[in-house]
Design a protein around this ligand. Structure first.
Ligand SMILES: N[C@@H](CCC(=O)N[C@@H](CS)C(=O)NCC(=O)O)C(=O)O
Length: 219
């Protein structure tokens, strides 16, 4: 019997961060228990910028995951590590074409939509323009995602199994609602979001269920 005590993974997370949310969903789907270390992106100018956290994540962003004695950053990279090291409840299809579709959707959301609503970007854009800016980029990206889904979606984003694309989609739809994006032009996105939102792994990862969610927002 090994006398090594496995350390519980620690996720550096902020309740409303869509990138942290993606990883929370993947951890929950794979039934990997984890502790949360909350990093407030707003308190005192943002705890992500303090020296201690910069040592964890030199990009000064969440999420970061400490697991297997390693510190990992970047949500897609973290989810891929989980997929490669914890094959239970796979989140990537077997089929190469379907895998490519999953990656396409993840890339659009994580490269062409989410970064443009990041706090540092919105501060730069300014209070007056930020809603219009966010709506523009979310709609542009969602038009592409909706088009892809029209040929690859089944019950979920790619076929009938939940994949990493679904982990990315749900938090992005939440963000779209935060910025009052008109989602009516995206019926497939809306249908898939409805399919997923009440599944236990998704509910437990929701911002309102997080330990650092302000009580006035938590359900
Ligand atoms: N590419 C990174 C992006 C991470 C990211 O943008 N995190 C946001 C929250 S969702 C953040 O920490 N923002 C801090 C800031 O803007 O100062 C990932 O996928 O992990």
């Amino acid at each position: 019997m090994s006398d090594t005590i496995e350390e519980m993974p620690v996720l550096y997370s902020y309740w409303r961060s869509s990138c942290s949310w993606r990883v929370r969903i993947a951890l929950n789907l794979k039934e990997i228990p984890y502790d949360i270390k909350a990093v407030s992106l707003i308190k005192g100018g943002g705890e992500q910028h303090c020296n201690e956290y910069r040592e964890v994540n030199p990009m000064e962003q969440v999420p970061s995951l400490v697991i297997d004695g390693h510190t990992l950053i970047e949500s897609l990279s973290i989810m891929n590590y989980l997929e490669e090291t914890r094959p239970q409840r796979p989140l990537m299809p077997q089929d190469c074409y379907k895998r490519a579709k999953v990656r396409e959707i993840c890339e659009i959301i994580s490269s062409a939509i989410q970064p443009l609503q990041n706090l540092i970007v919105l501060i730069y854009v300014g209070e007056e323009k930020k809603k219009e800016w966010a709506q523009h980029w979310i709609m542009r990206g969602f038009r592409a995602v909706e088009k892809l889904l029209s040929s690859c979606a089944g019950k979920y984003c790619v076929g009938d199994e939940i994949t990493l694309a679904d982990c990315c989609l749900v938090p992005q739809v939440f963000n779209a609602r935060r910025f009052h994006v008109d989602l009516r032009p995206f019926p497939i996105i809306l249908r898939i979001d409805r399919e997923l939102e009440n599944l236990p792994a998704f509910r437990a990862a929701h911002p309102s269920a997080q330990p650092d969610c302000p009580p006035e927002v938590a359900k």
